[in-house]
Design a binder for this molecule. Sequence first.
Ligand SMILES: C[S@@+](CC[C@H](N)C(=O)[O-])C[C@H]1O[C@@H](n2cnc3c(N)ncnc32)[C@H](O)[C@@H]1O
Length: 342
Amino acid sequence: MWTRGNNLKQLAPHRTSRGTRRQELSRMGKLQKQICRFILDHFDQNYAKDLGETWITAREVLTSPLSWRYGILLNKFNFAYELETRLQSDGFHPLFQGTPLPSLPGSLKCYIRKAPGRFPAQKHHFGRLKQYYLLNAASLLPVYALEARDGDTILDMCAAPGGKSVALLQIASPAHLHCNEYDNLRYRWLKQTLDSFIPPHVMDSVTTTDLDGRKIGHLQPEMFDKVLVDAPCSNDRSWLFSSDPQQAALRIAERKDLPVVQIQLLSSAIEALRPGGSLVYSTCTLSRAENCDVIAELLSTFNSILPVDLSEIASAVSREFSFAAGVRWTEYFMLDMAVKMV
Ligand SMILES: C[S@@+](CC[C@H](N)C(=O)[O-])C[C@H]1O[C@@H](n2cnc3c(N)ncnc32)[C@H](O)[C@@H]1O
C-alpha cells in the first residue's frame, strides 16, 4: 500500500502598477477589518515556529483575499463550448496549460485567470446539470495525486460539499465511487452537488453514505483501490475570517484534538484499502501537527504502507503553484486558496 501526503503552498501574484496597488490597498483595508485578530495572533505564534521564514509569505497570501484565485471546473457532463469561449475571451486560461503533468486527462478542464474576482455561481435547477463548479484551483491537486483510473473502486471518505468527487468523475469512470460525509447537513449538500453535476447513468456507479469515516475501514476492509481523505482540519482561511470571536476561541481550544481524528480517519482508510492500493491525505491547513506529524505517526504505526514520491507532479505544476522550501515531496503542504500566476 502507498500513503500519499499532499500539501502545497501557493503564493500571491505581484502587482506593479501604482494605481492598481492603491486600489488594492484600499480594498484590502476593508477586508483586513474582517480578519479575526485572535486567530491571526494564534497563527503568528504557531506558524512562525512551524514554518520559519515561509510563514511571512504564507501570511501575506492568507490575509489577502484579493490575491486568492478561484478555478472554474467545467462539467464534462454538460459541456458548454460557448462558456469556454467566453472564459477565454474574459482572460481565463486552462490550469496546467502546457505543463507535462503525468497522466493529466484532457477530460478535466479548469480555468483560472490573473485578475482577481469571483465568477458567479450557478443556481441549482432540478433536472438540469450545472456547467461548472467553482473551487480553489489547488484543491484539484489531491485529485491528480490519486491517479484515478477507469474501473477503479474509489472511496472519497470526507466528501462534502463534493468538489473533489465531481473532479474525480471528470477524470475517470470508476467502477464504483463511494462518497461519504459524516455531517448530516453537509451530507445533504454533497447529494445536491452530485445531483447538480452528475447524470443519472454515471450516478449508477456512485454511492453515498453519511457514516463516520473512522468506521468505514472496519465495515469495508480491503475494498478500495484508491482512498481520498480530504480531512476535517483547521481550515486556516475560513478560520482567519471568523466573524464570531466566541466560535474562534472554541476552534482554537479544540484544535489540538484534530490530529487524533485525522489519524483515526487515515487508519480506517488504510484498512479500507486493498493491498497495493493508494491513499491521498489532504488538508487546507499549514499546521505541522495536522500534516507531517500525522503522516509521521501513521508511517511509524503501519509498516505495510509506503510514502510515494510526488516530486514529478510538484515540478509539473510549479509554474502555477509554489512549494515551501525544505518540504519533503511526500508531505508537501497545501494552502488551499490561491494560485501563483507567472
Ligand atoms: C475538507 S472538508 C471536505 C471537502 C470535500 N472533500 C470537497 O472537496 O468538497 C472535510 C469534511 O469532512 C467531514 N467530516 C468530519 N468528520 C468526519 C468523519 N468522522 N467522517 C467523515 N467525514 C467527516 C466534514 O464534515 C467536512 O465536510
